[in-house]
Design a protein around this ligand. Structure first.
Ligand SMILES: Cc1cc2nc3c(=O)[nH]c(=O)nc-3n(C[C@H](O)[C@H](O)[C@H](O)COP(=O)(O)OP(=O)(O)OC[C@H]3O[C@@H](n4cnc5c(N)ncnc54)[C@H](O)[C@@H]3O)c2cc1C
Length: 424
């Protein structure tokens, strides 16, 4: 557990809130619904993080970026793919496996889980578009095994929700390289990233000319400043300026015209990844509140026994379990298609656009409310710095913005309803 500046929660309750017990509570809830291989992976990852906590005397105030190499070496940065092309050959992989990995990592340290998630966003386009180029495979391997940190750069100071009409330009040179100029903002991991996947257009405001490029951030022309987001103080969010940044031909993941579809292909996975994070964060906060309210006594009774505490927890439990079962089902559907076909069929990807938005919308709302309610139910203990509740409160507020805001998900879905109607 965290060591707060001043201890507010007594030793007995703090001990009961241990990572070991919180994992146990999660496992009681999930064990009947998971396939043995996924349950085994969940327990394997939990064992790793419990040992990590013990051997590093963790206080959750550290720079978690320094932990990434060790976590990567153990194979817990991402499990979305098998990565046999990198010689890693993960036995259990896919979206469900990734959900399990995220769950174990989030219970250990929610801010770490969010930061590691942004590296995964850079891994996915490299996996899909490496074309066996040496530099792309090297970047991919370094990101997956935790040697390096990654970020993706879509959002710009003047183009947030309207990401397609971007202003960052890329001009093709006679040798096939591109010169990039522009500014990006709010990139998770931006100032810490070694590799960045960026999007730029040959003609400002014209999404049909978008390209997708891999950047080594040590190249001349790249500079990054840290944006302060007080709700997530340990995550580095960046504002990056690219000034005549030269991107060699080998690093063009998508030529002008291809970038836009690459961007949307990544957005579905990004949103489903956020759904997994939301479920993990909500379980984490809920687990804290359940343990605490079963032990904290007021008026000579454990507070869980008062309807004012127990009933809202029952409501939250039902909602988190429903979200988890929906997420597991979606992850399993994706895994089945990938196993059978090696890719996701076009029609399925189209349906996934709506489903990813629906689940992102619902899960962020639920997570934000669950984290706040659970902190509130714990009284002063829920809002002081003795547990991970404060980290969870901060992150759950941000999830509604990253990966497309709540309003933009609603906008996408309302347009989807229009299209469905037109097809009648
Ligand atoms: C913590 C954090 C991490 C992030 N990580 C990354 C990252 O790794 N990489 C990256 O590229 N970006 C990242 N982002 C950026 C994020 O995707 C954008 O902040 C988001 O898309 C919104 O853009 P904006 O902030 O410019 O808001 P704006 O687009 O300016 O929106 C302002 C308001 O207008 C609303 N709005 C806009 N358009 C519509 C519409 N059509 N209908 C209804 N309402 C609308 C929005 O919902 C919002 O309420 C991150 C953001 C945060 C906060």
């Amino acid at each position: 557990m965290k060591k707060g500046l001043v201890q507010c929660i007594d030793d007995e309750i703090l001990n009961k809130l241990s990572l070991k017990n919180r994992y146990k509570f999660l496992n009681f809830n999930l064990m009947s619904y998971l396939k043995p291989k996924h349950y085994d992976l969940l327990k394997e990852a939990q064992k790793f993080f419990r040992n990590f906590e013990k051997s590093h005397d963790i206080n959750h105030t550290e720079d978690f970026y320094e932990w990434i190499p060790e976590i990567g070496k153990a194979g817990f940065i991402t499990r979305v793919h098998k990565f046999d092309n990198l010689g890693l050959n993960f036995e259990t992989y896919g979206m469900t496996a990734e959900f399990m990995r995220v769950m174990a990592m989030d219970f250990f340290d929610p801010q770490l889980a969010m930061g590691a998630g942004a590296t995964v966003l850079a891994v996915n386009p490299l996996m899909l578009h490496h074309e066996n180029e040496e530099i792309r495979l090297r970047a991919l391997k370094e990101l997956v095994n935790g040697e390096k940190i990654g970020c993706i750069c879509i959002t710009e100071p003047e183009r947030g929700s309207d990401a397609v009409h971007m202003l960052t330009t890329c001009d093709e040179q006679s040798d096939g390289s591109f010169i990039v100029n522009g500014t990006k903002i709010y990139q998770t991991n931006g100032p810490k990233a070694d590799w960045a996947v960026i999007y730029a257009v040959t003609e400002k405001d014209n999404g049909n000319t978008m390209s997708q490029l891999l950047v080594d951030t040590s190249w001349e022309g790249w500079s990054a400043e840290r944006v302060n987001i007080p709700w997530t103080p340990r995550i580095y969010i960046g504002k990056e300026t690219m000034t005549n940044l030269k991107v060699p031909k080998e690093c063009v993941l998508g030529k002008p015209g291809e970038g836009r579809s690459h961007l949307f292909e990544g957005l579905n996975l990004e949103r489903i990844g956020i759904v997994c994070l939301n479920a993990a964060e909500a379980w984490n906060a809920f687990t804290h509140a359940v343990i605490y309210s079963n032990m904290r006594k007021q008026f000579d009774l454990e507070v869980l026994k008062y309807q004012g505490v127990g009933f809202p927890l029952a409501d939250i439990w039902s909602e988190i379990m429903s979200l988890t079962l929906a997420t597991l089902n979606l992850c399993q559907l994706i895994d089945d298609k990938m196993e059978k076909l090696g890719t996701l069929p076009k029609e399925f990807n189209l349906a996934l656009m709506a489903t990813a938005s629906q689940l992102k919308l619902l899960s962020t709302k639920l997570n934000q409310r669950a984290c706040y309610e659970c902190a509130n139910i714990m009284g002063g203990a829920g809002v002081c710095d003795n547990t991970l509740m404060h980290d969870l409160l901060g992150i759950s507020r941000i999830q509604e913005i990253g990966g497309g805001t709540r309003q933009v998900q609603e906008y996408i879905l309302s347009m989807g309803l229009r299209q469905l109607f037109k097809a009648l």
